[in-house]
Design a protein around this ligand. Sequence first.
Ligand code: IVH
Length: 674
Amino acid sequence: MDKELEQARKRIAELSAELEEHNHRYYVLAEPVISDRQFDLLLEELAGLEKQWPAFASPNSPTQRVGGDISKNFNTVTHRYPMLSLSNSYSREEVVEFVSRVEKEIGITTYAMELKYDGVAISLTYENGELVRGVTRGDGEKGDDITANVRTVRTIPLLLRGDPPESIEVRGEILFMRAQFERLNKERAEQGEDLYANPRNTAAGSLKQQDPKDVAKRGLDNFIYTLHGDHLPTRSHFENIQAAHRWGFKTPDVKRRFMERTDNVEGIMAFIAHWDVARHALEMDIDGIVIKVDDLDVQAELGMTAKSPRWAIAYKFQAEQASTRLNDVVYQVGRTGAITPVAELEPVLLAGTTVKRASLHNADQIEKLDLHIGDQVQVEKGGEIIPKIVGVDLEARPVDAAPVTFPLTCPECDTPLVRYEGEAQHYCPNEHACAPQIIGRIEHFVGRKMMAIEGLGGETVAELVQRGLIQNIAELYDLTKEKLLELGKGWGEKSATQVIDGIAASRSIPFEQVLFAIGIRHVGETVAKKIARAVVTMGRLQAMTKEELVTIDEVGEVIAQSILDFFAVEGNRDIVQRLRQCGVQMELDPASIQAVGDKLKGLTFVVSGVFRNFSRESIKASIEQNGGKTSGSISSKTSFVLAGADMGPAKRSKAEALKVQVIDEDAYMRMINE
Ligand code: IVH
C-alpha cells in the first residue's frame, strides 16, 4: 500500500512538472513540443490520479488551469504595498515637463518605456516559487482574492522556474487578446446572446465569475509590469522584468519594442511616435504608453503623491475621432422587444475601418446630444467595437434640420412602445405578433447550444416566418418536408430533409437546454442548468412562487420575476404545452437526477464547504436518500469527507491524520449515479 502511495505521489509530481513545462512552452514561448492531444492525455492521467489520491492534489496543479472549486464570496485582502495608479498626460508637452521635473530633482537618468495595457490590474504573490494569491486592485488598499480564477490564466505561471526570491509580488494586467475576444463574441452570437461591448470590461467581469471553470473558458491573457519585494534581483526595473521572464512570466517583448530604455526626451518621443501608429497592428488593446524611472533607488528618492508615483507617467493616446454627417436614425427591434436606435452616417474612415453606423443606445442618449438629422457629428472609437457619437457641431447645423424624435410606436408592428420603470430602454410589448421578435426567438430556439436544429439559420427562419409557415417555436414541429419543398426556390430534397431530421432529433435535447431555448429573459445557459436540476420538471417550475424561485442557486429577484412574467402570458403557456405534446423534453433525464437508493448503505459522510449543485442541506438529504449517514465531525468512523470549495484547513488536516479519504462533489455524483 505504502509503495503504491509513494508511486502515486511521484507520478503526480512528475506529471505536474511536465505539464507546467508544456504550458509555458505553448502559451508563453509559443513553441509547443507536443501535440494538444498528447497534452490532454497527460492532463487526464494527472486528473485521474488526483481523484484517486486527493491528498496529493496541489492547489497549483495544472488541472486547476481548467478551473478549481467554486467560490461563493471573494475574501478581501489588504495589499502589502498599495496599488497606485499612474498620473495621466495627454500631450507631449506634459511628458517633457515630467522629464524636466525629474532631471531638476536628480539629474539625467534612465527611463523604461512600455505599453499601457488596457485591462485589469492584478497582484500575484509567490512564496517559495508557488503562486499563493491573486488579488484584484480593488480600491488600491484592499482587493478581492480571486486566486482560483487567476490560476486559469495560462500565461500566469503557477510554479516559478529558475531562482526567484523566496517571496515576491508580481503585478501586471489581465486582458483579452483581440482575436480571443472576437472568438468569444462569435460564440455569443451563435448562442443568440448579447455581444460583449469591450475587452476591458469583459476581462473585469470574467475575473469576478464564481466558477473558475467559466473563467478558464474565456481565455484571458496577462502581461506583467512591476515586481515588489524585499529581495529583488536587481535595482533596475527593466532588468527585473527580464528576470521575471526567466521565471516563466509573459513579459513585454523587447524585440518588438514593447519595452525600451532611453535617457532622453527624444528617445521618449520616438517611442510615443512609434506606438501611436503601430498600436493599431497590435494583437491587444493599449490605451497609451508608460514612462518609468528605471532605477529603483531613484524611484524611492522621487517618492509618490497621495495616489500616484512621482517616478512614472502615462501618456494616453487620443481616442480616434472623425467628423461626419448624420444621415438618419433607424430603430432596431431585438428578440426581447428592446428598441435600439442606430445612427446612419455618411461613411467615414476611422482607425483603419470605414464607419457607416454608430450605436446610440437609447432615447436619453439622443436627447442628451440633442441630435438633428443632417448634423455634423463627432464619432469616436475607443475600447468599444462599435463607434459612438460623442459630440455635435452646433454651428454646422442646417437651419431646417429636424430634431431626432424617438418613435412612440414600434417601427415594425406599430404597437405603442413601453418603458419600464428604472430602465433606459424602450420595448415593443407585442411579443407574439411583432416579426423581428418572433424571428429572433425562433433563431434563439434553434441555436447550437439550445435545440441545435441544423440547417435552420437566421435567414431561413426569417423566410419561414415571413411566408407564414411558422409563427412560434412550437410550430416548428408541425413542419413537413412537403411544406418546405412547396416554398420552391432554395429548397431541395437535401435541405428539407436536413431541417426535418434536425427538428425530429431536437426532441431528445435535454430539459436544461430546452429551458434555455424557450427564451425566458435572463435565463441563460448556466442559470437554466441550475434551475433544471432544482425543479426537475417544467410543470414544477410553472407552479412555483417567487419565494420558492429565489431559493434556487443563482436565481435572484430579477430572474424569479422574469420567470413569473413568462408563465403569466397565456401564449407562452400554450407554446410550452404544445412543445410537451410534440415530445420535447420537459423533465430532467433520470440519469442526471440524483439517484435514490442504497448505494451508500453503511457509509458515514462529513460534509464541509460550498457546493456547486447542492446547498449544504440538500447534499446531506441526498446522502440520506441514498442510504448513507451524515455526521458533524470527523472521527475514525467517518467513511468520507465530502469537501466543497472553502473547506477549512483544520478539517482537512484532521481527515489526513485519521486517513479518511476526502472526495469532491464530482466524485460524489459518480458514486451515486454509477
Ligand atoms: S505601472 C504606480 N505599467 O494602469 C504604477 N501600469 O493607472 C503602477 N497599467 O492600475 C502601475 N499598463 O492596471 C503600470 N505598463 C504598465 C501598465 C500599467 C497598464 C495599468 C495598471 C494600473 C493603471 C495605472
